[in-house]
Design a binder for this molecule. Structure first.
Ligand SMILES: NC(=O)c1ccc[n+]([C@@H]2O[C@H](COP(=O)([O-])OP(=O)(O)OC[C@H]3O[C@@H](n4cnc5c(N)ncnc54)[C@H](O)[C@@H]3O)[C@@H](O)[C@H]2O)c1
Length: 247
């Protein structure tokens, strides 16, 4: 079992399941002491159990990331984070003409505003050499049937670039990973027809695995990665290359 003493501390939001859980397990394997923040109690215990099976420890913090007091408390009762992975996000499908402002507010509240608030509070205490990795989405380039999500993830990309510039003087590096279609519970928001249509657009013909995103995050969060900031790494099996249908 790994000892938590003397280890750099990482925080993974939405780390109870899906991509976040894979990231948390990977960072634990990389030598971080990892806190997983999630609102889903069951997901947190399943993540902790999976970590235990692999002889790692994941520390669970059950909270809603839109609760600023709870987030501040989590940050203040721990040593400064060496790495923060802002992964928690929500997704649902709705055509442009069916959307209303409330859909945008909900998507922005967790995908963008909660990410900003947590990062701002934590960054005040973070030391030079620390990393923030924001999980955006390939959808920031554009996608059908979820304009609110697309807009929120495009905003994450903009925020990542702005944070990178303002936090660089403190030695904090900020990057984003933009996943394409990844096989997680989030895909349940797609009808089988829409999922099939999405898969048909994949040059590799398949969805990615949460571990594919964890690999990219591991690289960006690593202490040796110290000259990359403000970048967006697309991990999408080539989907962002377009359809390849000729000129
Ligand atoms: N799965 C994909 O194909 C895909 C593609 C592109 C981007 N992404 C992004 O990757 C990230 C993770 O996606 P996933 O597929 O693993 O999703 P998921 O729905 O499987 O897991 C998300 C986790 O975040 C937690 N969470 C959500 N809102 C929260 C809140 N307010 N407070 C605390 N916890 C909260 C959930 O409880 C859940 O455990 C998201 O930001 C998503 O937008 C996913």
């Amino acid at each position: 079992m790994n000892s938590p003493i003397g280890q750099p501390l990482a925080l993974v939001t939405g780390g109870g399941r899906g991509i976040g859980r894979a990231i948390a397990l990977r960072l634990a394997r990389d030598g971080f002491r990892v806190i997983v923040a999630d609102r889903d109690e069951q997901a947190l215990s399943e993540a902790a159990a999976e970590a235990c099976d692999r002889e790692f420890v994941l520390e669970a913090a059950r909270l809603d990331l839109t609760d600023r007091e709870a987030v501040t408390d989590l940050i203040e009762r721990n040593q400064p984070f060496a790495a923060i992975v802002n992964n928690a996000g929500i997704f649902n499908e709705k055509g442009f003409f069916d959307l209303d402002p409330e859909d945008f507010r909900r998507a922005y509240e967790i995908n963008l505003v909660a990410l900003f608030s947590l990062s701002q509070t934590a960054a005040r205490r973070m030391e030079a050499g620390s990393k923030i990795v924001n999980i955006a989405s390939r959808a920031f380039l554009g996608a059908r049937n979820h304009a609110h999500y697309v807009a929120s993830k495009a905003a994450v990309v903009g925020l990542t670039r702005a944070m990178a510039m303002e936090l660089a003087p403190r030695g904090i590096l900020v990057n984003a990973v933009a996943p394409g279609l990844i096989d997680t519970p989030l895909l349940k928001a797609l009808t089988p027809e829409r999922l099939a249509a999405q898969l048909a657009l994949q040059p590799t013909g398949k969805a990615g695995r949460p571990e594919d995103i964890a690999n990219a995050v591991s690289f960006l969060a690593a202490p040796r990665t110290d000259f990359i900031t403000g970048q967006v790494l697309l991990v999408d099996g080539g989907k962002s290359l377009g359809g390849g249908m000729g000129l």
